[in-house]
Design a protein around this ligand. Structure first.
Ligand SMILES: O=C(O)/C=C/C(=O)CC(=O)CC(=O)O
Ligand SMILES: [Ca+2]
Ligand SMILES: [Mg+2]
Length: 385
């Protein structure tokens, strides 16, 4: 039975009562229902919701997460609670959304076989596309949490070294379509794959902006640095894992079989479809379901050495790219490093991003009973260097 809400328009919206992402509006914790937000401090009177971030709620653990979600669903679907809840409801158009959580550490992985193969072919044409380690562990690096910004924040074109003796504004400014996982409950490592849902609160959409010229010159052999640390944008919405149970699908197998600490009960995936818009026009549709490494494996890997995790840690999947050319999650792949530019309907072409360009990433998936749900959106406009 899908849940029917008394909030006008909510049932027809992908932000229906089986979605219910959390965010922060006007400095207060809210949940989204249709084109409205419900202020949780108002309806529940304090506690973990009397805060300007989701961190306290996320730290409270899976029992409280489930309890809150059930109470919110009851409030929004049972007419008897309408009188109590309605005073705390506001149209989305009347509030200002902010950063939903305080980011502790930020880690970026590289979990798409298609993306890693495409970049290997472009950056290392004389080598095997995949490095020898790729099928043995989810490759990742530590990013810069201080430059994780909420959707809508303008992104200034970075300047840096583009090669030997060549300094200037990046000419290869790019996007990376990713799914981010937000840690709620802290732990001392190692964390087992089977404990994923005891620690991870939910997901958020991520655009990991990348300056390909700066990156290509600087990142050997220690990995990405200034080519990616200038900005990483996230959606204002964190979708709880419970909203994604219907999106869970059997996943692709792994060969070779991973080491015991990376084993899962079964391979799985999330049937989420991304859409990438450049200046309002769809340029790609990356599918998440076929990602090679899964988020429980990423969590097990990043803690296997004993590293701790904290509330607000964000770890991202790495660029999501599918097999088809129209499913690639970055412009470097879509245009094959600029050789085959994207053609837009107004006749213009793009190899990489120009000043004034706006990129918006959205994603949808099946909610309870297959009713479509939306995962939010992450948008950013490029400003001059
Ligand atoms: O393969 C490379 O040389 C470079 C890869 C990336 O830039 C991707 C990265 O940051 C991780 C990801 O988003 O998948
Ligand atoms: Ca990335
Ligand atoms: Mg980045």
């Amino acid at each position: 039975m899908s849940l029917s809400s008394w909030v006008p328009g909510a049932d027809a919206s992908p932000y229906n009562a089986s979605c219910l992402p959390y965010g922060v509006a006007d400095g207060s914790v809210v949940v989204r229902i249709g084109d409205h937000v419900l202020f949780l401090d108002g309806v529940f009177g304090g506690g973990v919701f009397a805060s300007a971030s989701l961190n306290a709620f996320m730290a409270s653990g899976p029992h409280e997460w489930r309890d809150a979600r059930e109470r919110i669903q009851r409030l929004l679907t049972d007419e008897r609670f309408r009188g109590a809840a309605e005073p705390h409801l506001k149209p989305l158009s009347e509030v200002t959304l902010g950063m939903p959580f305080e980011v502790a550490d930020y880690v970026d992985f590289y979990c798409s076989l298609e993306h890693a193969s495409n970049l290997g072919r472009m950056f290392r044409p004389d080598e095997e596309p995949l490095k020898p380690n790729w099928r043995h562990l989810p490759v990742g690096y530590h990013g810069r949490s201080g430059t994780v910004v909420p959707s809508g924040t303008p992104v200034r074109r970075p300047s840096g070294q583009r090669g030997a003796g060549d300094f200037g504004p990046s000419r290869k400014l790019d996007i990376e379509v990713e799914l981010g996982f937000v840690v709620g409950v802290p732990a001392e490592g190692p964390v087992r794959t089977s404990d994923f849902a005891s620690h991870v609160f939910g997901v958020t959409l991520v655009n990991d902006w990348s300056a390909r010229d700066i990156q290509a010159w600087e990142y050997v052999p220690l990995g990405p640095f200034l080519g990616k640390s200038f900005a990483t944008s996230v959606s204002p919405w964190v979708v709880p894992l419970d909203a994604l149970s219907a999106a869970r699908v059997p996943g692709r197998g792994q060969d070779p079989a991973p080491l015991p600490y990376l084993e899962r009960a079964e391979p799985w995936g999330l049937d989420l479809g991304f859409e990438v818009e450049l200046n309002g026009e769809v340029v790609s549709r990356p599918p998440y379901a076929g990602m090679y490494w899964t988020p429980d494996q990423m969590l097990a890997h990043m803690t296997v050495n004993g590293a701790t995790i904290r509330t607000g840690d964000l770890y991202a999947s790495g660029t999501v790219s599918g097999e088809d050319a129209a499913q690639r999650g970055s412009f470097i792949e879509l245009t094959w490093n600029g050789a085959d530019p994207v053609k837009l309907s107004d006749g213009s072409v793009r190899a990489f991003l120009e000043d004034g360009d706006t990129v918006t990433i959205t994603a949808t998936g099946p909610g309870a009973d297959g009713v479509p749900i939306a995962l939010g959106e992450v948008s950013g406009t490029i400003t001059p260097a």
